[in-house]
Design a protein around this ligand. Structure first.
Ligand SMILES: NC(=O)c1ccc[n+]([C@@H]2O[C@H](COP(=O)([O-])OP(=O)(O)OC[C@H]3O[C@@H](n4cnc5c(N)ncnc54)[C@H](OP(=O)(O)O)[C@@H]3O)[C@@H](O)[C@H]2O)c1
Length: 251
């Protein structure tokens, strides 16, 4: 089992990440949380401190994670605060408007920057640090959308697909250094990101149940995990639809 004693959460204001933080605090973790919205982050930190025990340090800082120039100092700050990093969760992301991206390449590139490039930039020094200490777990929230490009969201899907492939290679590399790399692929989750969708169907989950799956996967050092589990089978079907049929579908 991986230790989740000293944990860095990047994108800590996400609804899913907030639930992960609550669960970690309830099991005694020390947390360093990074989020973009300072007000929201401070409210989350305050809530976590109320839930934490006396000798359970909780802190963080606000940062726009597309600002890659700050990543080294962010990681150094987190390491100083925690003493050592046992685990990292990368949770930030945006769900682009696909049609707006099709009309404007700058928007497409900006979405790819948020959902893929910023993560590569964060994971490069983090992976080196954990590799050197020969201990730890890196978890990133990718998505089922990264398993196959669909007309309705392929800018998002391509970004998540890049993250998934990057993590496959990183897992392969870091397994020799006792560092686990966990790719989390949620299906539909009822969060602010999906506020415009009808979230009433059977395929929709709540962030707290996804968070439980994330914490368990990080502890066990799972490779790729679908949350809830049934998305693995949905995606097997989606991935195996022949292209000649797939291109005629409105997905
Ligand atoms: N909800 C779903 O159905 C679903 C499904 C599969 C995967 N996911 C993934 O799950 C992760 C968490 O999303 P969520 O569902 O919890 O949605 P959410 O509550 O909307 O969280 C997204 C978070 O990303 C943060 N963020 C966006 N751009 C950022 C940047 N440049 N720097 C720092 N933080 C930034 C946002 O910060 P602000 O508060 O400042 O906006 C927000 O807190 C995302 O990676 C998402 O792609 C979600």
């Amino acid at each position: 089992m991986n230790s989740l004693k000293r944990v860095v959460i990047l994108g800590a204001t996400s609804a899913i990440a907030e639930q992960v933080a609550r669960q970690l605090v309830s099991q005694g973790s020390h947390l360093y949380c990074v989020g973009r919205n300072e007000q929201k982050l401070n409210a989350i930190l305050q809530d976590l401190r109320v839930r934490a025990g006396e000798n359970q340090p909780i802190s963080g800082c606000s940062a726009d994670l597309t600002d890659t120039g700050t990543h080294q100092s962010l990681i150094a700050g987190a390491t100083r605060f925690l003493g050592r990093i046992d685990a990292v969760l990368v949770a930030h992301g945006t769900l682009p408007n696909q049609e707006a991206c099709q009309a404007n390449v700058d928007q497409t590139l900006s979405e790819i920057e948020t959902n893929a490039l910023s993560i590569v930039s964060l994971l490069t020094p983090l992976a080196n640090q954990l590799e050197e200490q020969r201990h730890g777990v890196i978890a990133v929230i990718s998505s089922v959308a990264g398993d196959r490009g669909r007309q309705s969201n392929y800018v998002y899907g391509a970004s998540k697909g890049m993250v998934t492939i990057f993590l496959q290679g990183l897992r392969n590399r870091l397994s020799k250094s006792n560092v686990d790399v966990v790719t989390i692929k949620p299906g539909f989750v009822d969060t602010p990101m999906t506020a415009d969708f009808d979230t009433s169907g059977l395929l929709w989950s709540k962030p707290d149940s996804i968070a439980k799956g994330i914490v368990k996967a990080m502890e066990k050092g799972k490779g790729e995990i679908y949350l809830p589990w049934f998305w693995r089978f949905i995606m097997i079907v989606i991935k195996h639809i022949p292209d000649t049929i797939f291109k005629r579908m409105h997905l």
